[in-house]
Design a protein around this ligand. Structure first.
Ligand code: 5GP
Ligand code: MN
Length: 340
């Protein structure tokens, strides 16, 4: 399937970079989600199918529920293998930056990425891309980086490299960044892409079960506990808040990714327009936000929680106590009433 959303000049430049390249490093953001992992592994597998030496390097450990993706076990994790990542970065002919718009999103891996002599290629769908890459393919109107990778591979004439493994990775990113096609999902082109990926041999129902039916008992109970005991709804502001302390997380044997979907749950209440989840980490408060319609949670995260993201899904980090983060939330709620 041919698509014309990617600029021809970006594809020309990327094509000639690839003509001269062999070693390729692919990076994605901290706490990689389905789209970060799906786009990175999809591109990695496609490049390997084309004869390149490609590796995915991520800042921190990916969540277990995404480890079924082909190639996931070969991902190099910077927090565990700093010297190896540095070596790969220094020996790379191209470094891809996928699913993030600014270097600080790869956390401690930022320095080795930026200092790599290789030209950088960004493929992303977040607003306001930073201008460090040699080639920037930034499409905030697209629902996932994974669908962008599909279009980039097609535009490069690499459709024949999209085998079932690549298709599985790209579909996973498309599915997770749209909540299984329940938001940002009105572009008909994504269904044409899905049709093509299914024809290439994926079992989309199996992928759904791998991603969404991956609970452990303690994870399910942590989420149940949070909804029963820690969810507050502020009717006049159409807002919902969930907080979890370290002690509560530990009580339920919290593992990374265990609260991935929790912030979405309050949005199922008809009169809740946006949802905020504050999770106490060792040295900061992780902020996760989701909204319906035009309510800009990215603005809230950018202005008050050192973060950003998309209109309906954004996040950030708050440097202070959980109580202080809650106080900020209470203070800003009325300021955001005008977006309701
Ligand atoms: P999540 O709530 O799943 O961590 O993040 C949702 C979305 O918000 C991500 O896809 C990303 O776009 C954005 N996001 C999350 N955390 C941060 C952050 O610390 N900084 C920025 N700029 N964006 C974030
Ligand atoms: Mn994404």
């Amino acid at each position: 399937m041919h698509s014309n959303i990617i600029s021809a000049s970006a594809i020309d430049r990327l094509g000639s970079m690839l003509d001269r390249a062999m070693n390729i490093v692919i990076t994605c953001h901290l706490s990689p989600d389905g789209d970060a992992m799906g786009s990175s592994l999809g591109l990695c597998n496609a490049l390997r199918n084309a004869g390149f030496k490609a590796r995915v390097c991520v800042p921190d450990t990916p969540p277990k529920y995404l480890m079924f993706l082909p190639g996931a076990s070969e991902i190099v994790i910077y927090s565990r293998s700093q010297a190896y990542v540095s070596r790969l970065m220094n020996g790379a002919d191209i470094v891809f930056c996928l699913d993030y718009n600014e270097p600080k999103r790869i956390d401690l891996m930022e320095q080795v990425m930026m200092e790599s002599p290789a030209p950088k290629v960004m493929v992303d769908h977040h607003l306001n891309p930073a201008d460090f890459p040699a080639v920037t393919i930034s499409h905030p109107e697209e629902s996932s980086t994974s669908v962008l990778i599909y279009h980039v591979l097609s535009a490069l004439g690499m459709q024949d490299r999209i085998n079932a493994d690549v298709a599985m990775c790209l579909y996973t990113g498309m599915m997770t960044d749209t909540g299984n096609f329940s938001y940002n999902s009105n572009n008909p082109a994504i269904y044409r892409v899905i049709a093509d990926l299914v024809e290439r041999g994926i079992d989309k129902d199996w992928i759904y079960r791998k991603v969404y039916f991956s609970n452990t008992l303690s994870r399910l109970q942590l989420n149940g506990y949070a909804l029963e005991n820690k969810l507050e709804v502020f009717e006049e502001h159409k807002a919902a808040l969930i907080t979890l302390t370290r002690e509560e997380l530990n009580r339920f044997h919290y593992q990374k990714g265990d609260t991935e979907d929790l912030v979405n749950k309050p949005l199922t209440i008809a009169d809740v327009t946006y949802s905020v989840f504050l999770r106490e980490e060792a040295d900061y408060i992780k902020v996760s936000t989701r909204s319906k319609g035009e309510f800009p949670v990215n603005l809230m995260c950018r202005e008050h929680f050192n973060g950003g993201g998309h209109l309906n899904a954004a996040g950030g980090e708050f440097y202070g106590t959980l109580q202080e983060a809650v106080e900020v939330f209470h203070r800003i709620m009325p300021l955001f009433d005008r977006y309701l």
